[in-house]
Design a protein around this ligand. Structure first.
Ligand code: NAP
Length: 348
């Protein structure tokens, strides 16, 4: 088998291919012959050495990646639910950038009906994130208005779909005009193109009384204004800070990052009492051992996919051999939907 390994933090050249021994599934594990691998912005953070759970639980060298689709190649003796030859989705705590992946059967799902293998590979990380943000961290009623930053990205598209499926009024924010046509397909109620429009002026018109929830992974560039535009009882959900990093260069600009960190707002709990607003942070990668929580995400998302309430996120594919180009695209901030690496027989 082949896998992609990063030996130390740095630029895209750090993504190296190595040949390694084939895997054997342990007791409750399923060995998946990988067809497609989902790329997440978090993988870039892992490569740059700023992803906390990768530093805490793995260190260097590391094979990044959280999600694959493919065919079951073999199973451990106690595996009941999956058979050799079945097409499946697997999600893992790193190690997914590989032509074979071994995970516990609890981390395997059938391919949702109507999804291609490429679409299925890009499904779990973003929808689990959206599901966890919405269902485990907020109490929203039909008709609530929510604002979603980076709404045309992977997590953004999943949030738009999930919020619409639950009858919420959705305001989606995009950072460049070419993303509008893509986002319109998911029918948000309002789109704000912040490259052309006054983000907070239009947001105020869209929700004069404020938002019941705002989903924000930008960081210092928007956290303060997002909080300001919450309605009483509104929640700001913070789950990333990509605005600290640079687009296009493939490296950390330490000056930009430090200035961004210094400009990151500090929230004052006593003010929150009288304004009835809250800030919630989460990172699913630190919750991987919470089996009930992960099971709820799997079941909730599987049901919504089976009923057609959520649909596959459109994908842009790269061959397995082009992982550096795939990282370049997600780092540019210009991508829409999901980016997927496709493993062909030539890759293995
Ligand atoms: N905490 C968690 O559990 C969790 C789980 C999954 C993802 N995340 C976070 O959620 C965010 C979205 O992840 P994703 O994988 O779905 O990525 P993505 O949304 O497909 O891509 C990132 C988007 O962020 C915006 N952006 C703003 N500044 C950027 C910068 N300096 N570099 C690159 N993009 C920038 C761009 O959209 P616009 O210009 O249109 O805003 C870009 O398209 C990331 O911050 C990721 O780390 C967190």
């Amino acid at each position: 088998m082949k896998k992609i390994v990063i030996h130390s933090a740095g630029s895209r050249e750090k993504l190296q291919y190595i040949e390694t021994e084939d895997l054997t599934p342990k007791n409750d594990e399923v060995l998946i012959e990988v067809r497609a691998i989902g790329i997440n912005y978090a993988d870039v953070c892992v490569r740059l050495g700023v992803y906390e759970s990768a530093k805490e639980y793995v260190g260097w060298p590391i094979t990044p990646g959280f999600e694959v689709s493919g065919t079951v190649k073999s199973v451990g003796p106690s595996v009941k639910k999956f058979k050799v030859g079945e097409k499946v989705v697997g999600f893992s705590f790193f190690n997914a950038y590989a032509t074979e992946v071994c995970v516990s059967e609890k981390q395997v799902m059938p391919i949702p009906k109507g999804f291609s293998l490429e679409e299925a590979a890009g499904f779990s990380a973003v929808f689990f994130t959206a599901f966890h943000a919405l269902h485990h961290n907020t109490v929203l009623r039909p008709g609530s208005t929510v604002l979603i930053h980076s709404a045309a990205g992977g997590v953004g598209t999943a949030l738009v779909q999930l919020c619409k499926a639950h009858g919420l009024r959705v305001v989606g924010v995009i950072g460049s005009s070419h993303k509008r046509a893509y986002l319109e397909k998911f029918k948000p109620d309002v789109i704000i193109d912040k490259s052309k429009e006054d983000l907070w002026g239009v947001a105020k018109e869209a929700a004069p009384a404020g938002f019941q929830a705002i989903f924000d992974a930008n960081g210092y560039t928007t956290f303060k204004d997002s909080y300001k535009h919450l309605a009483p009882m509104g929640k700001l959900l913070v789950y990333g800070a990509h605005g600290l990093l640079s687009k296009n260069t493939g490296r950390i600009n330490y000056f930009k990052a430090i200035v961004g960190l210094l400009r990151t707002p500090r929230f004052w709990p006593l003010e929150m009492i009288s304004s009835n607003k809250g800030v919630i942070g989460f990172n699913l990668s630190f919750l991987f051992q919470e089996e009930d929580l992960i099971r709820e995400c799997v079941e909730g998302i599987s049901e919504l996919a089976a009923s057609g309430d959520i649909t596959p996120i459109p994908v842009t594919t790269f061959p397995f051999e082009k992982v550096r180009e795939a990282h370049e695209l997600i780092e540019s901030g210009n991508s829409v939907g999901k980016i997927i690496l496709v493993v062909s027989s030539a890759s293995t």
